[in-house]
Design a protein around this ligand. Structure first.
Ligand code: PGA
Length: 251
């Protein structure tokens, strides 16, 4: 059975001290049963990763990005090796804010997925169309390209390290969440693309999440769909109270 994920993406929020307090408070306020049913995690900034990891005993602590080289002259970047040393084994790859503001491409995402998988680390690979592409009915084309190019030359044995998150750019931070119908349709499409690249058996093993304005009131619409294996949450994951309620509202 595929795992279900509830992951908070903190983006450029929270100092080391804030991250530490949050992790401790969330772990004490969310009942154990939720940790048994879901993989619950947060993605702090690089600087706060160590403190968050040290404070966490149940939460999955993930990076928000990783460089595709092991080391080298890449000022400002962080490699998988540096993450691994802290015990961090998961990273987001290709979040739309990285694609929009930092020129992340499907090709660079592909290199990042490769370095993670080569080192037996997990990736949450984010895909999603812009508002313009959505309005021009290009969702299918864009998502297919993001999956095909992102997963180029990724071997089938590496799929066990892959989680995909469908995050329509127009729904991120906008309060305009995609309906669960749309999310479900795109998740089905993603699984079809995976089937065409690999096979149906393998594609069924990959967890596919939805992200974009998920909150405590709409979370059940997504998790209620068989095709949606979890959520990637931005704004609603920033306060303990709000993230805890989102989790404990899950039916
Ligand atoms: P949001 O962000 O929940 O604030 O829309 C989601 C994300 O960027 O992953």
């Amino acid at each position: 059975m595929r795992k279900k994920y509830i992951i908070g993406n903190w983006k450029m929020h929270k100092t080391t001290r804030d991250a530490k307090t949050f992790v401790v408070d969330l772990e004490t306020s969310v009942p154990q049963t939720y940790f048994e049913k879901y993989v619950i995690g947060v993605c702090p900034s690089f600087l706060a990763l160590n403190a968050a990891k040290k404070s966490a005993s149940k939460l999955l602590i993930c990076a928000q990005d990783v460089h595709y080289e092991t080391k080298g002259a890449y000022t400002g970047e962080v490699s998988y090796l540096m993450l691994k040393e802290l015990g961090i084994n998961t990273s987001l790859v290709g979040h739309s804010e990285r694609r929009i503001y930092f020129n992340e491409t499907n090709a660079s995402c592909n290199l990042k997925l490769k370095i993670l998988f080569e080192n037996k680390m997990m990736a949450i690979y984010c895909v999603g169309e812009t508002l313009k592409e959505y309005e021009e009915n290009k969702t299918k084309e864009i998502i297919t390209k993001q999956i095909e190019e992102g997963l180029k030359d990724i071997q089938e044995e590496d799929l066990e390290y892959l989680v995909i998150a469908y995050e329509p750019v127009w729904s991120i931070g906008s309060g305009k969440s995609a309906s669960s119908e749309i999310a479900k349709e795109v998740n089905i499409l993603i699984r079809e693309v995976l089937t065409s690249l690999y096979n149906s058996e393998l594609s069924k093993r990959v967890s596919i999440l939805y992200g974009g304005s998920v909150n405590k009131n709409n979370v059940n619409e997504y998790l209620g769909c068989e095709e949606i294996d979890g959520v990637l949450v931005g704004g609603a994951s920033l306060e303990v109270e709000s993230f805890m309620t989102l989790i404990t509202n899950l039916k």
